[in-house]
Design a protein around this ligand. Structure first.
Ligand SMILES: Nc1ncnc2c1ncn2[C@@H]1O[C@H](COP(=O)(O)OP(=O)(O)OP(=O)(O)O)[C@@H](O)[C@H]1O
Length: 566
């Protein structure tokens, strides 16, 4: 708990941290001094030197000096100035805390997103992205809230320390009793704080479930409608919502209960303080400020306990985010070095590659060697699960094989060269991904510097001229994931985007599956016409693309069964 707090505080720039503590201390000191000033003020009001006998040494000397110096009016003026200074300091402290908190949230969010972007695909494919989304969006905000509470907690602790120091100046014995009482109250709540940690973990789990349900529901709206499953989906979602709410309410009622208990405990300590002070015959000018000091310390103690409980509650979110960051760091790919890979002139080849997916006993690919000569089009065929996509993934360097190599013109690619090779590859899947923006922006996403003439040429090459006759032309919005277009239209726009980057290797994995035979034949002709200077790999069970291929490679159970020249 303390370790996490220190780690979080140490992640702040030292200058800001120093400024933060300086403001906390100054605000607390102004409060402590303001409260101590009550002693000479009350003494002066109640007869000045005549009551000095019952005062602590420092105050007894101060009262006559104050009477001769500023007097009551001057003291009141100083008091008002101190309160005003404290108000300004508290305001500055609040603003600084808020800035630091938001900066921290932004930094964590970007660290997680950058970690996700830099991680290797095989590890990413094993992760539940709903859990990652929950950390990225919800838990990071919780961490920010927790950090805000931590700062309030530190502020309360610093103010309490100053108030106790002031109490010691008034009566060391009474201050000691109050300190012991306060610590006992905090110790009593230790179990509650441990419980808050467990409840925090439970809340996170419920958030992840809800996030997963939301993502899956929104992604499957069409399926839900066609199967008439609205009621059952709504029931599942309501259950996830209910569980989250129950987990949150359990924590809130536990912290509200502890606040009520602490108020009663605080009142008990206060009564003890007053009793001790009174029975020791302390002067009223000391007793009253003592009461004010302890009355002020009860809500501070309360916010200290609530802060500790809240902090324990958000610790699981921090631990979850730290675990994710550690996993992502472990899965980090080498930095892409595109300049290390020249455009292939002769061949792109896999040598003796094998691939075993996690939790699978049987290899997806078993000692596969395959050469793609530059300027040719190869079709990969074979039954479902034979390993076609796995071969394409390795040619596209989406990840490295468990054994064996990918080479360009005889040179094996490793590290940054392997990830850098991806810049020369355009990989099209059966379900193309379009973003919720215009067709033009979807195309420019791949090649931001392309001009309109290049965009139009790519659209024509991909048999996607229909775009130019849309009312909005290239400025037509495609909707969520391109849902305002048909499956075939999406595939053609995705192909145009792929062609725009002039790839050395073009991979089409069932990328024309949604097209009618006319459009597929047009695309097959266009793609076959692009062979010059580039390499084309298609995965297709049937149709024009396979017919246009120079070679057909048949895969079966992760092995190359045959290679036939057409
Ligand atoms: N991420 C993964 N985790 C575990 N196993 C996987 C993963 N991806 C693929 N596999 C397994 O690897 C094997 C080969 O899959 P691959 O997708 O390469 O086959 P495919 O020939 O392209 O199949 P299809 O024609 O059905 O798309 C299959 O048994 C598949 O279940």
């Amino acid at each position: 708990m303390i370790h996490a707090a220190i780690t979080l505080l140490r992640s702040l720039p030292p200058g800001r941290l120093a400024m933060l503590f300086a403001l906390m201390l100054a605000a607390a000191l102004s409060e402590g001094v303001g409260l101590l000033m009550l002693v000479p003020m009350l003494s002066l009001l109640s007869g000045g030197e005549s009551v000095a006998a019952g005062l602590p040494g420092w105050a007894a000397g101060l009262v006559p000096a104050m009477a001769d110096g500023p007097g009551i009016a001057g003291l009141l003026g100083i008091f008002v100035a101190l309160v005003a200074a404290r108000a300004v300091l508290t305001f500055r402290l609040g603003v600084l805390q808020m800035q630091i908190q938001h900066r921290l949230v932004d930094e964590w969010r970007m660290r997680i997103l950058d970690g996700l972007l830099a991680a290797g695909w095989r590890r990413l494919a094993q992760m539940r992205q709903a859990a990652n989304a929950s950390v990225l969006i919800t838990q990071v905000d919780n961490i920010g809230d927790g950090f805000g509470r931590l700062l309030l907690l530190v502020t309360s602790a610093v103010t309490l320390a100053v108030i106790w120091a002031a109490a010691i100046a008034l009566s060391p014995l009474v201050a000691l009793i109050a300190a012991l009482g306060g610590l006992a109250v905090l110790a009593l709540f230790a179990r509650l704080r441990r419980h808050a940690h467990a409840m925090g973990t439970h809340v996170i789990d419920q958030y992840e479930t809800l996030q997963g349900e939301a993502q899956e529901t929104l992604g499957a709206l069409r399926l839900i409608k066609t199967h008439g499953r609205e009621n059952s989906v709504s029931g599942r979602f309501a259950q996830a919502v209910r569980r989250l709410r129950q987990a949150q309410i359990a924590f809130l009622s536990s912290s509200t209960g502890s606040r009520a208990a602490l108020q009663s405990g605080g009142a008990l300590v206060l009564a003890l303080v007053v009793w001790t002070a009174w029975s020791r015959g302390l002067a009223l000018a000391v007793l009253l400020p003592l009461v004010v000091l302890f009355a002020r310390s009860v809500p501070l103690l309360n916010s200290l306990q609530a802060g500790l409980q809240q902090w324990a509650h958000v610790l699981p979110a921090i631990q979850r985010a730290e675990t994710l960051l550690a996993q992502l760091a472990d899965a980090r790919e080498p930095e892409a070095e595109p300049s290390m890979v020249a455009r292939p002139e002769r061949e792109i080849a896999l040598h003796n590659v094998s691939l075993v997916h996690a939790d699978r006993g049987v290899p997806a690919l078993d000692d596969v060697s395959l050469v793609l000569p530059v300027g040719t089009m190869t079709a990969l065929v074979g039954p479902s699960g034979a390993g076609k996509t796995s071969v394409a993934d390795l040619f596209g360097a989406l990840f490295a094989p468990d054994s064996g190599t990918l080479s360009i013109d005889g040179g094996a690619l490793t590290g940054g060269a392997l990830t850098g090779w991806r810049r020369q590859v355009a990989y099209l899947h059966q379900e193309p991904v379009l973003f919720h923006m215009t067709i033009r922006d979807n195309l420019l996403w791949a090649v931001p510097e392309a001009d309109d003439a290049a965009l139009e040429a790519a659209l024509r090459a991909a048999s996607a001229e229909f775009v130019l006759s849309l009312p909005g032309g290239m400025d037509t919005m495609v909707g969520d994931a391109g849902r305002r277009l048909s499956g075939g239209e999406r595939q053609r726009i995705a192909l145009a985007r792929a062609l725009l980057s002039d790839p050395a290797l073009l991979i089409l994995d069932e990328a024309t599956s949604a097209l009618d035979t006319g459009n597929e034949a047009a695309i097959a002709r266009a793609v076959a016409g692009m062979r010059e200077g580039r390499t084309i790999l298609v995965i297709s069970h049937r149709g024009a693309l396979t017919d246009m291929a120079d070679r057909i490679v048949t895969l079966c159970e992760g092995r190359v069964e045959s290679v036939s020249e057409c």
